[in-house]
Design a protein around this ligand. Structure first.
Ligand SMILES: [Fe+2]
Length: 292
């Protein structure tokens, strides 16, 4: 029986509780944008009106004692000036109340100081569940599955970076019947996403869009047909963060192009669930992400 049915469930805490920081502070964003635009520290410091040492501290900590020329720096490194300024002034996405989606949970695990989000989704009636990435450890996922009496049917991988798949072996050991889905060309054929895949999870519907750039196998999974017409949910991995994007390990241009084509074309109210940092929406990122 779901715990809520016996009246003992604790109130759901909004995931990005007050005070949760962005994954990337303003310094991280500037460092990424310099890499994206091939701008040396010397030129960036000059545009910002800082010394190289001051720029280095700012990039490292997100804090600076000087008032940098954000507009000139933004233009040089290809960021949107007023969006960058809003982030420097503390912009955060609105707090999301996940109880609007039945059911969706964010589980955050940490190893070596690095936190990563994974997401468990289930149909409230059939109790069929899907896990999106695994995080560092299987324990919290397995506990929630047991507590809610779910059958884990699928594991969807946004990309195979270690923090996102570290617990995959343990999950498959605990749930040997689980079906794996991935965008990796080296995955066994029966685990590879195909263009028009359409997965049913009780009444919920799961599709995917390719979002490479941060990783070659980068995939965004879209969950729709929620009870009470709750907005679509997109599990984006490291393609986009609230106020930033994942490092363009494969290609910065491709990363931004795919975000424009595959993520920003989703309905504005679509909930974006990143691998790191707080939850956001398509509308919030269009209005506030300085990489666009
Ligand atoms: Fe990653």
């Amino acid at each position: 029986m779901p715990s809520s049915a016996i009246g003992l469930a604790l109130p759901l805490l909004p995931v990005n509780f007050r005070g949760m920081n962005l994954e990337d502070h303003v310094g991280d964003i500037i460092r990424k944008a310099r890499a994206m635009s091939n701008v040396a520290a010397e030129a960036a410091a000059k545009a910002a009106g800082l010394t190289e040492a001051e720029l280095a501290t700012w990039e490292e900590t997100g804090k600076t004692t000087q008032k940098p020329n954000l507009a000139a720096l933004a233009e040089l490194v290809g960021l949107h000036p007023s969006k960058l300024e809003a982030i420097a002034n503390g912009w955060l996405p609105s707090t999301k109340d996940l109880s609007a989606w039945r059911e969706l949970r964010c589980l955050t695990t940490t190893a070596g100081g690095m936190a990563v989000n994974c997401y468990l989704v289930w149909d409230e009636v059939s109790r069929e569940a899907a896990l999106f990435d695994t995080g560092w450890e299987a324990g919290p996922v397995a506990e929630l599955i047991a507590q809610e009496q779910l059958q884990l049917r699928h594991v969807f991988i946004t990309h195979a970076h270690e923090d996102h798949v570290a617990a995959l072996g343990a999950i498959r050991e605990k749930f040997p019947k689980v079906r794996l889905h991935s965008g990796s060309k080296s995955a066994p054929v029966d685990q590879r996403n195909r263009p028009n895949d359409f997965i049913h999870l009780g009444n919920l519907r799961i599709t995917h869009r390719d979002t490479p750039g941060h990783a070659e196998d980068g995939t965004t999974y879209i969950i729709g047909n929620w009870p009470d017409d709750a907005p679509h949910v997109a599990i984006v991995g490291d393609a986009i963060f609230a106020g930033s994007i994942g490092r363009g390990n494969q290609s910065w241009d491709l990363a931004r192009q795919k975000l424009r084509e595959q993520v920003f074309t989703l309905p504005p109210e679509t909930l974006l669930c990143p691998g790191h940092g707080p939850l956001t929406t398509v509308a919030e990122e269009k209005a506030h992400n300085p990489f666009f």
